[in-house]
Design a protein around this ligand. Structure first.
Ligand code: PAP
Length: 357
């Protein structure tokens, strides 16, 4: 297989770098490189390009490359990371509500007026819009987000040892959620993708930020190596035990709930503020628009059913078995289980492996 251009490991000199007074990062600098990357259009209108082993949406690629080159991490940055459709919106809301709880009363909280994606920006998309200064202007501590896999994160995040919270979800439910989301991106003139076609593409790893298993595994292994810096969560356990997870999140973030706060019900208030029912009842999430130019998205597209197991309404048991089998094979030996697939836990994380961070 032909070697793919690598900006991550050995950044090439960019034309504008080092030039005094020049715009440091016109996104067009990357167009030539991007046009050489393998292209897939099965998820149209989304076009995905294979970059360093992952199918990255083309519209996120300029931002990804720009971010890899220019993003400056701060030691107290907190990253909320995920494969798409795995619980990002919820986790963003929770992390933001936990971090800002002393700043705002819950009845007057920014999450009542802003979508969680506005409170916690997606850095590569912000860079794609040429608005990197917005990220640089954020006061510390920043909560930041991307769907990039661990191996594609900018080097400064790794070298500064920033804290990371990763959420994953049953791939079967991820696929269903992604299918609805992607169909919502299609103009009326386009038919929805047949679910069977989406299923096959997903199983082949051909999907935005896919393959999902490699994405999840990179962060899982990182969380095993450095649990104090990488917190690995599952959407399903957030649904089952929100109280335990929210307390764990606060501890990990370095702002645990005090006994007084617990007594006063602050943990429950955070959970309530970020709940599916609460967020979907808010005007901003019913009618607000997403800050992504050229994409016809409204904030309500981040909320659909908000539960586990909807795959049962979309897949035959044969399809479910096939996807579970792939998950099992991909995760074998990692000690990780996904979607109720009992993968044999063995002492699989090879301590000699090169850490991704
Ligand atoms: P993103 O990758 O576009 O940011 P993400 O938030 O990761 O999407 O995933 C969306 C899913 O989370 C949707 O799942 P569904 O399609 O199966 O319903 C959405 O409904 C669900 N979701 C969003 N907010 C919440 C919440 N507060 N609680 C539980 N689930 C939520």
């Amino acid at each position: 297989m032909a070697a793919q251009p690598s900006l991550c490991n050995s950044p090439p000199p960019m034309e504008s770098q080092g030039k005094k007074g020049a715009d440091p990062r016109p996104p067009s600098n990357y167009t030539d490189l991007i046009s050489t990357l393998p292209l897939e259009e099965g998820w149209a209108p989304m076009r995905n390009r294979k970059y360093q082993g992952f199918w990255i949406p083309q519209r996120a690629l300029t931002g990804t490359l720009d971010m890899q080159q220019n993003f400056k991490a701060r030691p107290d940055d907190l990253w909320v990371l995920s494969y798409p459709k795995s619980g990002t919106t919820w986790l963003k809301a929770l992390a933001y509500a936990i971090m800002t709880r002393a700043q705002y009363p819950f009845h007057h909280h920014p999450l009542l007026r802003q979508n969680p994606h506005e409170c916690v920006p997606m850095v590569d998309r912000t860079y794609s819009r040429g608005q990197a200064p917005e990220i640089e202007a954020m006061p510390s501590p920043r909560i930041l987000n991307t769907h990039l896999p661990c191996s594609l994160l900018p080097h400064s995040i790794k070298s500064l040892d920033c804290k990371v919270i990763y959420v994953c979800r049953d791939p079967k439910d991820v696929l269903v959620s992604l299918w609805y989301f992607n169909n919502g991106l299609r103009p009326q003139s386009m038919e929805p993708i047949p679910f069977t076609k989406a299923f096959e593409m997903f199983c082949e790893g051909n999907c935005p930020y896919g393959p999902i298993w490699e994405h999840v595994l990179e962060y899982w292994e990182e969380s095993q190596r450095r649990p104090e810096k990488v917190l690995f969560l599952k959407y399903e356990e957030m649904l089952e035990e929100p109280l335990r997870i929210v307390k764990r999140l606060a501890e990990f973030m370095g702002c645990p709930f005090s006994p007084e706060e617990e007594k006063e019900g602050v943990v429950e208030e955070v959970i309530e503020l970020c709940s599916f029912d609460k967020l979907t009842s808010l005007e901003v999430n019913k009618t607000g628009k997403v800050l992504l130019p050229s994409i016809p998205l409204t904030n309500d597209s981040f909320f659909r059913k908000g539960g586990a197991g909807d795959w049962r309404n979309h897949m035959s048991s044969e399809m479910a078995r096939k996807l579970d089998r792939i998950t099992e094979q991909k995760l074998e030996g990692s000690g990780l289980t996904l979607g109720g697939v009992a993968v044999k836990a063995s002492a699989a994380i090879n301590g000699d492996d090169q850490a991704l961070f």
